[in-house]
Design a protein around this ligand. Structure first.
Ligand SMILES: Cc1cc2nc3c(=O)[nH]c(=O)nc-3n(C[C@H](O)[C@H](O)[C@H](O)COP(=O)(O)OP(=O)(O)OC[C@H]3O[C@@H](n4cnc5c(N)ncnc54)[C@H](O)[C@@H]3O)c2cc1C
Length: 316
């Protein structure tokens, strides 16, 4: 841990020497409980959690990722923590939180910074009379996480409206990558196979009356409320859907009578087979064991292999 403190101190000194950041360069915490940064509200301590502030993320991340790579220190990039299950033992190395890198930039197109919470991005787009992103309304997480996951809601994927993505590439250069349909698939983006930091995304937005945009956003919010998305801490769908199964994964789990099944503080939501909830005091181990149990029961009953949508992160 001492060596990590020394490492971070050096990055901060180098950043200041390079004129990166204002008075407050980054929020830095040691042994930071990840339960405070995930929608499941579980997860043990990260050795170091760093959130660069203001406009510091691109340059700060470039210094940090370069130096960490050379020293063999692992870095996990955190968006809104809405699709991850962090281990009870936490995360070794550094968690780089994008949450300080927010906002909408209007130039030739409209780009959202990766740490912008999805609902904040939609709010800014609505206020500017720009539609197309309403399908994401009410989905927890950030723009960066939505692009990385190629999030999908109401039969629309992020890749259906994406024009270009700015990344910090493996050589620590800021690069805009034009969208290519062949790089994306259901819940798959090309960034899942690369060590890159998504910095911004540009979407195909259409001028529309603000009231019409807001009406669609509100409809989705209401629908999610009605479906119990926010009743208990969760990370959304536990398993991916698969057309080959012939029905949604939630229905498969439901038809096997697994709704309400529980392990410790983890349970299959009594109202939705594909949502695993933290009923109050779940450990990550409870949630993981329950997911493994569901997958095993589905395999045994139907010979179907479920694919996890939730990512297991950290020291399992
Ligand atoms: C109540 C609820 C409802 C949900 N409904 C849906 C839904 O309808 N559809 C759907 O698709 N998902 C849904 N989800 C899951 C989740 O909201 C999405 O997967 C979301 O896109 C995750 O974004 P995030 O910023 O939280 O990513 P995180 O969970 O923080 O990270 C996910 C992955 O993305 C990577 N990542 C994040 N940001 C960056 C970045 N800037 N650069 C590089 N890598 C990055 C992380 O390293 C990690 O591997 C739901 C979750 C909840 C809790």
């Amino acid at each position: 841990m001492d060596s990590l403190r020394t490492f971070i101190k050096k990055i901060n000194t180098d950043a200041r020497d390079a004129g990166i950041g204002g008075e407050c360069l980054a929020d830095i915490r040691y042994d930071e409980p990840m339960s405070a940064h995930t929608t499941f509200r579980v997860g043990g301590p990260a050795d170091v959690w760093v959130r660069p502030l203001g406009g510091a993320l691109p340059a700060y991340a470039s210094l940090l990722l370069d130096a960490a790579g050379k020293e063999g220190i692992k870095v996990f990039i955190l968006g809104g923590g809405a699709n991850i299950l962090v281990a009870d033992r936490g995360i070794r190395g550094i968690v780089l939180d994008t949450g300080g890198w927010k906002g909408m930039d209007r130039g030739e197109g409209v780009a959202f910074r990766s740490g912008t919470p999805v609902d904040e991005a939609l709010e800014a787009a609505a206020a500017a009379g720009l539609g197309a992103l309403e399908f994401l309304a009410g989905m927890p997480g950030t723009i960066g996480g939505a692009v990385w996951m190629n999030a999908r809601c109401y039969d629309t994927s992020v890749s259906d409206v994406l024009l270009a993505v700015e990344i910090l590439d493996e050589g620590f250069n800021r690069t805009w990558i034009p969208f290519r349909a062949e790089d994306f698939a259901y819940k798959k983006s090309p960034f899942q196979g690369r060590d890159v930091l998504i910095l911004a995304a540009c979407f195909a937005l259409n001028p529309e009356p603000e009231a019409a945009i807001r009406a669609k956003m509100e409809e989705h919010h209401r629908d999610r409320e009605a479906k119990g998305h926010y009743r208990f801490p969760s990370a959304g769908s536990a398993f991916k859907n698969n057309r080959a199964f012939g029905k949604p994964t939630g229905r498969i789990i439901d038809e096997l009578g697994l709704k309400g099944l529980s392990r410790g503080g983890a349970a299959v939501a009594p109202w939705h087979g594909n949502i695993i909830i933290n009923t109050g005091n779940a450990a990550a181990a409870d949630l993981r064991v329950l997911m493994e149990e569901i997958a095993a029961r589905v395999r045994a009953a139907l010979g179907i292999e479920l694919e996890n949508e939730i990512l297991f992160i950290g020291d399992y």
